[in-house]
Design a protein around this ligand. Structure first.
Ligand code: NDP
Ligand code: 2IT
Length: 448
């Protein structure tokens, strides 16, 4: 065994021993380490610095009680988290997720991925993530507001526009950011830059709502172009029907692709005429309804219960935009049988370890989450810049910058993959480019 693989195995076993009950965190670490051997072979100085053990331990983990009153006057208690993972290149930056599944393992995997994603954007932001096991489904606006106010009452002690800047993720969109910011302002004053994803009337950036989905489409287009292909006439399967999925569908369609599915956690829609996005937006953004309702409104739309990744359909490109581990090894095999040539991840870690192996066996073009979905956090960082300057850029200006950032992320990944002898492996390329930037910065700053 080489010194590099020995070191990787050693650090993995340390982490596994420390946190044996954090499966998502261990999965993210495992998949990341799988791509790191060439880096440690070329740079033994990283081993001397014990950089991986330092990088995989969060700088700070905050866990807190979130008490709130429901509409019946009953007191409810949820658990809140903020993981401040790494501040080497800037303030902690990353979203808040409100979903019943949220626990420390999930917040840590998301925070770990966020470090490298944020480094790839080229903007000065460190990595963090937070959230709660609160379930926004079926709650009234007043319940959501009371929950957000209580959550922020505690979180406000730990964040700040130069220290830690949260934003949205699953279950946290414009409505929640509004309530969170309102409470922050009451407690600490109007530092607009303390949250991103704000509304346009109080410091939000144009194109932030669209950014993750648009960015995913721009990244995928770059990956296709580099392989003599494009979206024109391609059939595309998208999962999810939330913020990321909706704007991915919009941009992919504008770029000439035909998106034939979308989904939620109950089931999926197939519409071979191409998804009618106005209907999806009406159901999800306005009515906060279920995706099954699409089939009641569009005659070519069929609703099926279960996962879209179990569907036998013929298509060219897969864009998972729902949640972690939504594609298993078996489902990845089916995806290959379905004719898929490219997968790009809108969600964070949507493909499990076995699924990634299947993509590699089938030599699919594979754009990993931390590169492909970085558009959201990139525009969040542009929102922070605009807040600091106290001005707002036009939609076109932000969108142009987003396009350039996504192209640059793809180019960085290609370059790193070439440099480390794994050409065409965009997963390794993204991991290596993000890692070397953060690791070098940590070393310059000393053992802190
Ligand atoms: P939303 O809350 O807007 O939408 C989430 C969508 O995914 C919904 O359709 C939801 O269905 C589905 N979903 C959530 N959990 C599950 C589950 N356990 N099983 C099946 N489906 C599920 O979230 P976003 O669109 O913002 O986030 C989607 C993904 O993209 C997440 O992985 C997130 O981390 C990632 N991401 C988001 C960014 C952003 O800017 N918002 C930036 C980068 C990545 P249902 O309504 O049934 O729950
Ligand atoms: O996963 C992600 O990158 C996000 N949820 C967006 C984070 C942000 O700070 O905009």
């Amino acid at each position: 065994m080489s010194k590099a693989t020995d070191y990787l195995q050693h650090v993995y076993s340390v982490i596994e021993k420390r946190d044996p009950n954090q499966p998502e965190f261990l999965e993210a670490i495992h998949d990341f380490f799988q791509t790191m051997t060439p880096v440690f072979e070329k740079h033994p100085e990283y081993i001397d610095e014990n950089i991986l053990e330092r990088l995989t331990e969060p700088e700070r983990v905050i866990q807190f009680r979130v008490p709130w009153l429901d509409d019946l006057g009953n007191s409810q208690v949820n658990r809140g988290f903020r993981v401040q993972f790494n501040s080497a290149i800037g303030p902690y930056k990353g979203g808040l997720r409100f979903h019943p599944s949220v626990n420390l393992s999930i917040v840590k995997f998301l925070g770990f991925e966020q470090i490298f994603k944020n480094a790839l954007t080229g903007l000065p932001i460190g990595g963090g993530k937070g959230g709660s096991d609160f379930d926004p489904k079926g709650k009234s606006d007043n319940e959501i507001m009371r929950f957000c106010q209580s959550f922020m009452t505690e979180l406000s002690k730990y964040i700040g526009l130069d220290t830690d800047v949260p934003a949205g993720d699953i279950g946290v969109g414009g409505r929640e950011i509004g309530y969170l910011y309102g409470q922050y302002k009451r407690l600490r004053g109007s530092d607009r830059g303390v949250l991103t994803g704000k509304g346009l009337t109080y410091g939000g950036s144009l194109a932030r709502t669209e950014a993750t989905g648009f960015g995913l489409a721009y990244y995928t287009e770059e990956m296709l172009k580099a392989n003599n292909s494009d979206f024109a006439g391609k059939k595309v399967v998208v999962s999810g029907a939330g913020n990321v999925a909706i704007y991915a569908i919009q941009k992919v369609t504008e770029l000439g692709g035909k998106v034939i599915t979308c989904s939620d956690s109950n089931g999926y829609i197939v519409d071979e005429n191409g998804i009618d996005l106005d209907i999806v937006k009406q159901i999800k953004e306005v009515e906060r309804g279920r995706i099954s309702e699409y089939a009641d409104r569009v005659s070519s739309g069929e609703y099926h219960e279960g996962s879209v990744w179990d569907a036998k359909l013929s298509y060219d490109i897969a864009l998972p935009c729902a949640t972690q581990n939504e594609i298993s090894g078996e489902q990845a095999k089916l995806l290959v049988e379905n004719g898929v040539k490219a997968v790009a991840e809108g969600a964070n870690m949507p493909s499990d370890t076995e699924a990634i192996k299947e993509y590699q066996n089938a030599e699919l073009l594979y754009g990993p989450a931390k590169a492909a979905n970085a558009g959201g956090v990139a525009v969040s960082a542009l929102e922070m810049s605009q807040n600091s300057m106290r001005l707002s850029w036009s939609f076109e200006e932000v969108d142009d910058r987003l396009k350039d950032i996504m192209k640059d992320i793809f180019a960085q990944s290609v370059k790193a993959a070439d440099e480390y002898g794994v050409s065409g492996d965009y997963l390794s390329g993204a991991n290596i480019a993000g890692f070397t930037k953060v690791a070098d910065t940590m070393i310059i700053q000393g053992l802190v």
